[in-house]
Design a protein around this ligand. Structure first.
Ligand SMILES: Cc1cc2nc3c(=O)[nH]c(=O)nc-3n(C[C@H](O)[C@H](O)[C@H](O)COP(=O)(O)OP(=O)(O)OC[C@H]3O[C@@H](n4cnc5c(N)ncnc54)[C@H](O)[C@@H]3O)c2cc1C
Length: 416
């Protein structure tokens, strides 16, 4: 397959779409066809619902889907984080069982990584899993878990070996969420939404066959997930198609339901698109300070976009993304912070108001209390600086005192 030409792929997908894309088909049925044919995930292996195409040829497939307005695979972290991790680290059995319901949208996933005492220091986690025959029994507490209320499965990190050093005693599981031992409690954020949850796990059960990677090799699988998360830069996938046929209507409704959790994410990114109109409406577009802040932000955003484009172009040509791939996360946080500062300068104290007669119906206030999330989510900016220092610039590693001793001897202030 991968030795096909762009024209060959275009002809083939066009013929398939001409024959198969029927806008009145039920969404579930269409998604099954996407999985069967491999056209929904063209870069995936042929034996696992893909066609083994290069990213450049997959772009041709996407163009053809867009041309006819066809619906694609489901959106969300199942597709962007769980699936690539399973493809990279999972057994053939796991790929066979778990990938297809991700493509069809039947299963959404959440990420049970962070704990009250382990966020940046993720390898210090203390949720435990103990082997019991063909199963593992999991007990512990997770926090910040986005989308846990609706997820069918979780990417779970748990400690399975307390004698090993901290990075080597962790195992990555695909945990079924809908079971008595898993209790999800929503947490309200300062912007009023509750997209995060605390998850209390009490003797929950997970089959041994659901280990992603090796027992004790969970850190490597976690890094695979995190690499995809940091490379996301806001792209959550999901092509809902065009037109008013049944398939599109159902895909739009499915995406809207899923995206309820993420309605504040545009505000988290700073809403720089509102800066010029807000400045005009408030009559401060002639203010030299506002102009300077807006222009400098605009230039920064352009440079960040071009850097991201370079990284994407490298990947499309099959080259590694290079150092620019590590900068996207920091650029996003910087744009969010600068946008919030510029909005504050424009709106002044009004920016603190919410409700119908406040700036942009409270959206500006929502920006101000949402942007801190940008520099925390998916690993903090400070940790990203450390990663760039060590992996890109080759600076000495951050000193650690606990990486080489058995985890049970590591001094910590939480966990069992
Ligand atoms: C919008 C959002 C969604 C999220 N969704 C999920 C999710 O679905 N699943 C999940 O598991 N987690 C999720 N998280 C959690 C997120 O991954 C953690 O919040 C993050 O990794 C930081 O961990 P922490 O909150 O424990 O902060 P801490 O690790 O306690 O950090 C506190 C402060 O210390 C700094 N710091 C810590 N270590 C270092 C160091 N070595 N060098 C320099 N500075 C350091 C940090 O930068 C930070 O400023 C989400 C977070 C946000 C904001």
């Amino acid at each position: 397959m991968s030795d096909m030409t762009a024209d060959g792929v275009r002809d083939e997908v066009r013929a398939w779409l001409d024959e198969t894309w029927d806008p009145e088909r039920p969404l579930r049925e269409w998604r099954e066809l996407l999985a069967d044919s491999g056209w929904g995930c063209p870069t995936w292996p042929v034996e696992h619902c893909g066609r083994g195409l290069s990213p450049a040829l997959a772009a041709v497939v996407a163009e053809e889907f867009d041309r006819v307005g066809a619906v694609g695979t489901a959106t969300g972290s199942a597709m962007t984080l769980a699936a690539p991790t399973i493809l990279e680290k999972g057994s053939e059995d796991l790929k066979g069982r778990l990938l297809r319901p991700i493509i069809t949208g039947e299963n959404t996933w959440c990420q049970l990584f962070s704990e009250p005492g382990s966020g940046s220091d993720l390898a210090g986690l203390t949720t435990r899993a103990d082997r019991d025959g063909d199963e593992w029994v999991v007990t512990g507490q997770k926090v910040w878990t986005t989308g846990a209320r609706t997820a069918a499965y979780a990417m779970l990190l748990a400690r399975t070996d307390w004698e090993a050093p901290k990075h080597r005693g962790i195992t990555y599981f695909a945990l079924p969420m809908r079971q008595p031992g898993v209790e999800v409690r929503p947490l309200q954020q300062m912007n009023g939404y509750a997209s995060f949850n605390e998850v209390f796990i009490t003797e929950a059960r997970v089959p041994h066959a659901n280990v992603v990677g090796e027992v004790g090799g969970g850190w490597g699988s976690a890094l695979a997930t995190l690499a995809h998360e940091r490379g996301l830069a806001g792209n959550r996938g999901g092509r809902t198609g065009r037109g008013d046929g049944r398939t599109v209507r159902e895909a739009v409704a499915e995406a809207a339901e899923y995206n309820k959790t993420y309605v504040w994410y545009p505000q988290r990114a700073g809403r720089s698109d509102l800066i010029a109109p807000e400045a005009q409406e408030r009559g401060v577009n002639g203010d030299p300070t506002v102009r300077q802040m807006a222009a400098s932000l605009h230039a920064f955003e352009k440079a960040a976009r071009w850097t991201a484009d370079r990284s994407r172009a490298a990947r499309a040509q099959g080259r590694p993304p290079g150092p620019e791939g590590s900068l996207g996360k920091l650029h996003g946080s910087e744009i969010a912070r600068r946008s919030a500062a510029t909005h504050t300068r424009i709106a002044g104290a009004y920016g603190m108001l919410t409700g119908p007669d406040s700036p942009r119906n409270g959206i500006i206030a929502e920006v101000l209390v949402s942007v801190p999330g940008a520099s925390i989510a998916g690993g903090t900016d400070e940790v990203q600086h450390n990663i760039i220092g060590e992996r890109v610039l080759g600076l000495p590693k951050e000193p650690t005192v606990d990486a080489d001793i058995p985890f049970k001897e590591v001094r910590r202030n939480s966990g069992r």
